[in-house]
Design a protein around this ligand. Structure first.
Ligand code: PHE
Ligand code: ZN
Length: 895
């Protein structure tokens, strides 16, 4: 069997437990098999008795039969629980005759057809929980993580999102060690207990699925604030973290209040409880979790102050705080019927947080950032063995489907509703969705129906975005009839096969299109063309001069565009398109073409010769962008940044990493050399005015962003002085980390100085997240001894192999952001990562499985690399005791 979970340690001495460890084969679950159980838990009472060696969880489940009642066993999920007692309506139950136990749970063999109360007591060991799912300890504090299937690691329960119940919770713990006790909802009682212990009690009035349950017992400091809702209710806001972080919580608080206001103004949605807590912890598998009224966050998504957080970190904190807040409606008040519907809450909530961030910062910049993720990560997933529709059809480990497809492509699908229905139509659909389904667990089809019904639109075909995986390509061919003044645009679509889906039906694709005259003026403003057939022709009349078409403005659909363009046309669009997104896009297309042509069959060792091949069209276009008057600096910065290895490699078949990396290096150098004076001038001109206070105004962020892009180019020519000076005089993390990054690949005194100063400072200030940056910059460095560097980082005093953030900073960064190291021809990078997957899997399957995705592209490589990557996947798949999470990724990848 591919995986075996030993439960022996917990099982000893417990009531009625199977005598040996149970080995079960991974079970694949299917969307089509959904069925509501015959008994439904409607109310839960929980008591946690927290001790150092174990925690006792007392549960009372109030169960109602479905109507009409059905005579069926009742399945309760449970993992790594030691059952201490079980009774129904006061009578003890007997294993074998009343119930059975397995490694996956407890089954009541013939539950009554009338309401009953089931009481259990289980023992769990949070202090040994390294998976960080269920109740676990992080830096001495107890915290929970229940999505997707963690609640079953706390108590026996129907751990599925369609079981919605009210929760009454009591927590008991040592008062000195754990002064702060929290759970969802309102605190209704607290007090002292004998032996230095204390308790607190909570009631959450809203019915919720178990994945939204949370409790916390710890020693944390916090900041508090107050928010008055539009209807005049006061809400207490509190953000908690370890005492040394207390000065880094203000930005999250501001973001929370901004998000609360925005949701009232944009969707008329108000917060519903009297209190909203955010708890920040060091050890967390994901970014953050939207538990009702008690969010738990990875510190990386909460903490920010100018000296520790970059501008991108600030943006992330703002976006994630808003995301979790928005879940209170899109996810909590209206939740998912089953986990296949995950995008119902995640796609919608990502869309909402993107829209919020866009409103708080800059629409075009935010759109570019989101499109970059789609192209580098989501398109890659669509093109590989893990390709799945935003609503997957099956899973072995649900945790593997918290993907860029479900989240980010899911958000793009929501955005398309809005593009098709208009802002007002979309709002009508949202209103209807919440009015119809408040308090329910529903499906993606319910959301689509609300959008259709509120607008009188037929969105049947639109379901294909939920059914079919893969990235469509929209091919566009234009024809201009000068005599008639008609421009005809023929659009056609194809979507490549993905695992299990050889043939695709046409999607409903909004293609936002504009036409420009050759002098740059607008001929036709942005128009939504609805492509629903395999091929359609759209005619624009009254076009008096030959137009240049600007297609898929604002990235109006998650598709690729096939439209042959000359370098001149791309340079023209980069300079003139009225849509800022498409200006950026044109610069990226131009760069992509150049890089791929250079990479095709180049001699990767001849970098000097390669540098001479970089065409002047690219240099000229970049110069024009850099020097364009009045263009936003962030837009300049992104336009001047070359597409990354991941994005480019999708266009190369087979992927030749040496050639592609050589082309990238040579092009960067050519740009640096030929635009040296412009870059240096821009760099100097963008220096912050002396004595200027730190601000996050988009203008200031844009300055820093562009200045750092200039610095990175200048560093390619060995200009260490600017980087060193920037580091020494840095007034914020955005400046210092960019200087470190600019120097990290150039051995020497400057590099040594910045690395050691940076580390010592972070260590003295106990800034774990800053140390992670220090680790990540080095793990990403393209140096001949990259792997040795990574191994020495893992031996460094700051490295904690149980902390997901630290692990990701080193190991995932190497696998994902150091293509030269990971794809090193001798296979050492592959071997290292597979060893890490196997090792991490023993402690934390979710983190291991995510890392295992690094091998998903193996078929795209040729010869020895393909064989080696495949070999590592097989080694992983066959390693004894593998978790179902990692087993699923490895086996899907090999299938
Ligand atoms: N639901 C969380 C979010 O998107 C993500 C998450 C999933 C966190 C699973 C933890 C575990 O906001
Ligand atoms: Zn979410």
């Amino acid at each position: 069997a591919p995986h075996a979970r030993s439960l022996a340690s917990l099982r000893g001495g417990s009531v009625g437990m199977a005598s040996s460890a149970v080995v079960d084969a991974p079970v694949e679950r299917f969307r089509k098999d959904y069925a509501l159980p015959a008994q439904l838990v409607g109310a839960v009472e929980l008591k946690f008795e927290i001790f150092e060696t174990e925690t006792l969880v007392h549960a009372a489940l109030h169960v109602e039969p479905a109507s009409p009642p059905r005579r069926e066993p009742m399945v309760l999920d449970g993992e790594e629980l030691a059952l201490r007692s079980i009774e129904m309506d006061g009578a003890p139950l007997v294993e074998g005759s009343d119930f059975t136990l397995s490694a996956a749970g407890l089954t009541l063999l013939s539950p009554p057809l009338t309401p009953f109360t089931l009481r259990t007591v289980v023992a769990i060991k949070p202090q040994e929980n390294t998976q960080l799912s269920g109740l676990y300890k992080s830096s001495g504090n107890f915290v929970t993580q229940c999505e997707a299937e963690g609640f079953r690691r706390i108590t026996y329960f129907q751990d599925r999102p369609d079981i919605m119940a009210t929760y009454k919770v009591r927590i008991e713990a040592d008062k000195q060690a754990y002064p702060l006790l929290l759970s969802n909802g309102n605190e209704v009682g607290k007090g002292d207990l004998p032996s230095g212990r204390h308790f607190a009690e909570f009631v959450d009035p809203f019915r919720k699925p178990s994945y939204l349950f949370a409790c916390v017992a710890g020693k944390l400091d916090g900041i508090e604030d107050k928010y008055t809702t539009a209807s005049g209710r006061d809400v207490r806001l509190a953000i908690w973290s370890e005492p040394e972080n207390i000065d880094q919580l203000g930005w999250a608080m501001q973001s929370l209040k901004d998000a609360m206001r925005w949701d009232e103004q944009t969707y008329g949605l108000e917060y519903d409880l009297d209190v909203y807590h955010i708890v920040a912890v060091n050890d967390f598998n994901m970014g953050a979790m939207e538990n009702k009224g008690l969010n738990v966050f990875n510190t990386a998504c909460v903490l920010a102050k100018p000296s520790t957080a970059t501008d991108d970190d600030y943006e992330r904190v703002q976006g994630v705080v808003a995301h979790e807040y928005f879940h209170n409606w899109s996810g909590n008040r209206v939740t998912c019927r089953d986990w296949f519907q995950l995008t119902l809450k995640e796609g919608l909530t990502v869309f909402r947080d993107q829209h919020f961030s866009s409103d708080m910062t800059s629409e075009a910049v935010k759109r570019i950032e989101d499109a970059r993720i789609m192209r580098s990560a989501q398109f890659a997933q669509d093109a590989g063995p893990m390709a799945h529709p935003i609503r997957p059809e099956s899973y072995i480990a649900m945790d593997n489907f918290y993907t860029v497809t479900v989240y980010n492509k899911g958000a793009e699908v929501i955005r398309m509703y809005r593009t098709l229905l208009g802002a007002q139509g979309f709002r009508k659909g949202m209103d209807l969705y919440f009015a119809r389904h408040d308090g329910q667990a529903v499906t993606c089809d319910d959301f689509r129906a609300a959008m259709a019904d509120a607008n009188g639109r037929d969105l049947t075909q639109f379901e294909r975005w939920y059914l079919q995986a893969g990235t469509p390509t929209v091919k566009a061919r234009g024809e201009y009839d000068a005599e008639g003044g008609v421009y005809s645009l023929t659009l056609s679509q194809t979507t490549p096969p993905t695992p299990g889906q050889p043939h695709k039906l046409p999607f409903h694709i909004p293609v936002v299109t504009g036409l420009l005259a050759r002098d740059g003026t607008t001929l036709v403003d942005s128009t939504v063309l609805e492509l629903t057939e395999e091929e359609q022709t759209f005619k624009f009349e009254g076009i008096t001069s030959p137009p240049v078409v600007s297609l898929l403005r604002g990235f109006s659909a998650p598709v690729k565009v096939d439209l042959p363009r000359s370098d001149e046309e791309l340079a023209f669009l980069a300079a003139n398109d009225a849509d800022p997104f498409n200006r950026w896009d044109a610069s990226q297309r131009l760069a992509t073409r150049v890089l791929l042509e250079m990479a095709a069959g180049c001699d990767a060792t001849q970098t000097d010769a390669l540098e001479k091949e970089v065409p002047s069209s690219l240099i000229d276009a970049f110069r024009a962008t850099l020097c364009a008057p009045g263009l936003d600096n962030s837009l300049k910065a992104y336009s001047l940044s070359l597409p990354d290895f991941g994005t480019l490699s999708q266009e190369m078949d087979p992927i030749e990493p040496d050639s592609l990396l050589a082309a990238l290096k040579a092009t960067r150098k050519a740009i640096a050399r030929q635009l040296h004076s412009e870059l240096a001038a821009a760099y100097d001109a963008l220096a912050p005015p002396a004595g200027a206070a730190f601000t996050l105004e988009p203008e200031a962020v844009g300055r820093r962003r562009l200045r750092n892009v200039c610095l990175s180019y200048l560093a390619k020519l060995g200009d260490e002085d600017r980087a060193l000076a920037q580091f020494r005089s840095a007034t914020c993390m955005t400046e210092s980390i960019a200087a470190v990054r600019a120097l990290v690949e150039s051995p020497g005194a400057a590099r040594d100085e910045v690395l050691s100063t940076f580390y010592e400072r972070a260590k003295a200030n106990k800034e774990a997240l800053v140390i992670n940056k220090w680790l990540a910059v080095q793990a990403a460095a393209d140096t001949p001894d990259a792997l040795e560097t990574v191994k020495s980082l893992m031996a460094h005093e700051s490295f904690d192999a149980n902390n997901p953030n630290t692990l990701r900073s080193v190991v995932n960064t190497f696998a994902g952001a150091n293509p030269a190291g990971f794809h090193k021809a001798d296979g050492s990078g592959y071997r290292f990562i597979s060893e890490q997957v196997i090792d991490i899997d023993k402690r934390n399957p979710q983190v291991a499985a995510r890392l295992c995705n690094a091998f998903n592209t193996w078929r795209r490589y040729s010869g020895a690399r393909q064989d080696m990557m495949k070999g590592e996947l097989m080694r992983i798949k066959e390693s004894p005791g593998l978790s179902k999470d990692t087993f699923e990724i490895a086996s899907r990848s090999l299938a």
